[in-house]
Design a protein around this ligand. Sequence first.
Ligand code: T5A
Ligand code: NA
Length: 210
Amino acid sequence: MSCRRGALIVLEGVDRAGKTTQCQKLVHALQQSGRAAEIMRFPDRTTKIGQLISSYLEKKSNLEDHTVHLLFSANRWEMVPLMKQKLEQGIDLVVDRYAFSGVAFTSAKPGFSLEWCMNPDIGLPKPDLVMFLQLNPNMAANRGEFGIERYETSAFQRTVHQRFEELMQDSSVNWKVIDAARTIEEVHKDIKRLSEDIISLAQNQPVGEL
Ligand code: T5A
Ligand code: NA
């Protein structure tokens, strides 16, 4: 009997929407229900490329805007063999940000089209489900002061939010919008239900490509 593949589930949203909190809770819940589930995050700051990105985000170094965009994409591509291997082994991957963050953040900078930004990610494994944690940037700001990392300003985050809205018009991606302004448990309940539904569907079809 062949092993049923795992599902590729992505959480997206503006900064502080609760992505990391919800990824951890989802993985835990799936594991409790007997599934093999693992968390992944982008940027993955542990690789050599990830360290360049991390230093840039911490403003310890500067990188030209196109260059850093391509590094974020390369940081996803370097994980693709591992992602495919895990999905084939039946492991559900719960991913904290993916190509959509890549496009939304770079295209929020002047002079970058959505199309140019999407190009380097073409061919990446396509998520079975992308849940967008919807949170008004003003409410996100109420979850504590912005940190010192690059991009953590209200004006930039508002533009990022607009870019996500544009990306969500693409009906070839299975987007679900989640109201992230509720309690952690309420948000989790919706995420868990949507994930369980997609896990049973994904088992019967091959992994797609962006
Ligand atoms: N980026 C990323 C690019 O430019 N290109 C790319 O290709 C990629 C992949 C780093 C930056 O890189 C950019 C985007 C980012 O600017 P990161 O390391 O993922 O990305 O960012 P983090 O700072 O780790 O995470 P965020 O700020 O986005 O926060 P989360 O994960 O959305 O939120 P979380 O879960 O950490 O929660 C934030 C706070 O809110 C509370 C939590 O307890 C926590 O204190 N909270 C809630 N409070 C009330 N109600 C709820 N429902 C709550 N849920 C969480
Ligand atoms: Na996070």
